[in-house]
Design a protein around this ligand. Structure first.
Ligand code: WAQ
Ligand code: MG
Ligand code: MG
Ligand code: MG
Length: 257
């Protein structure tokens, strides 16, 4: 298997201050490399945030024994009438995941105020301070994908709920990894793609809770926050799981409605 990672920016590379356009990755068998690289390339050149002028694509072979297999989080959808109702719902979900109202509100405010980032904010839920080693980049969850054997089942499962799109497939894979990270108690996310207004709150106990409306249409600012409880694990263990551990989802969690 090969892990293929793409990141792209406009106005030069991320390191030189370019605006992040898109980042994505796949883990595929050798025979699918060409197809996967060209679809990631196409994405960075035809993205709704703009055309990238810096694109970095890297490939790395993965050994079988490095892989940990996971099941995907169960999905629930909450229908709300607008993004403000969605954000209230997100706060309630964060509380259901174990945060206090004050913590939940503070986390949501950090996301509302977030600058455009390539990665996620990692927030200590007690001090409400950010813990990423690189604050401009944030923490990236990497090394995850769906197992090729379950694509047919995955497509059928999401198709049945009207959710078979790249955003959902990638977000569910990411959230399923992040929720299993040492010390992570919740995640909240909405897209930076201007046309994509749904988002989610995920946690090991709640699963993947979608909110159909979490930001106004046309806004190209989004982000992610990973909520970390330092009494549950140490930061290095958490970062290792997010950024180094290869995880593949080979089992689909139930749809909860
Ligand atoms: N690791 C950490 N943070 C990331 C990663 C990653 N691998 N990829 C993206 N981010 C951060 C980064 O700040 C982006 O700007 C932000 O998240 C949004 O990324 O079920 O598409 O890829 O319908 O635009 C939610 C799906 C889709 C809801 C979210 O996010 C649903 C989405 P995007
Ligand atoms: Mg992206
Ligand atoms: Mg994405
Ligand atoms: Mg995006």
């Amino acid at each position: 298997m090969y892990n293929i990672r793409m990141r792209s920016a406009q106005g030069g590379s991320h390191e030189k201050g370019g605006q992040h356009i898109s980042g994505a990755e796949r883990i595929v068998p050798e025979e699918d490399i060409f197809q996967a690289v060209s679809s990631l390339l196409k994405r960075s050149l035809t993205h709704s945030k703009g055309k990238a002028d810096f694109i970095n694509i890297s490939l790395e072979e993965i050994k079988k024994e490095e892989i940990i297999y996971l099941s995907s989080l169960p999905i629930t959808t909450l229908e709300v009438k607008d993004y403000l109702e969605g954000r209230k719902g997100a706060i309630q979900c964060l509380q259901a995941a174990g945060l206090s109202l004050r913590q939940a509100q503070a986390v949501l405010n950090l996301l509302v105020e977030a600058p455009s980032m390539r990665g996620a904010m990692l927030v200590d839920i007690h001090t409400l301070k950010r813990l990423e080693p690189d604050l401009q980049r944030g923490v990236r969850a990497t090394g995850m994908d769906w197992a090729p054997e379950i694509y047919p089942q995955l497509h059928a499962y999401l198709e049945g709920e009207g959710l078979n799109n790249t955003h959902v497939r990638e977000a569910l894979a990411l959230a399923s990894k992040v929720a299993r990270a040492p010390g992570i108690v919740a995640e909240v996310c909405w897209s930076d793609d201007p046309e994509y207004i749904a988002g989610y709150v995920a946690s090991p106990t709640l699963g993947y809770v979608r909110l159909n409306h979490l930001k106004p249409a046309g806004v190209d600012k989004g982000g992610r926050i990973f909520c970390f409880d330092p009494s549950k694990a140490n930061l290095q263990e958490c970062l290792h799981w997010m950024e180094e551990q290869i995880t593949i989802i080979n089992e689909i969690g139930p749809y909860q409605g």
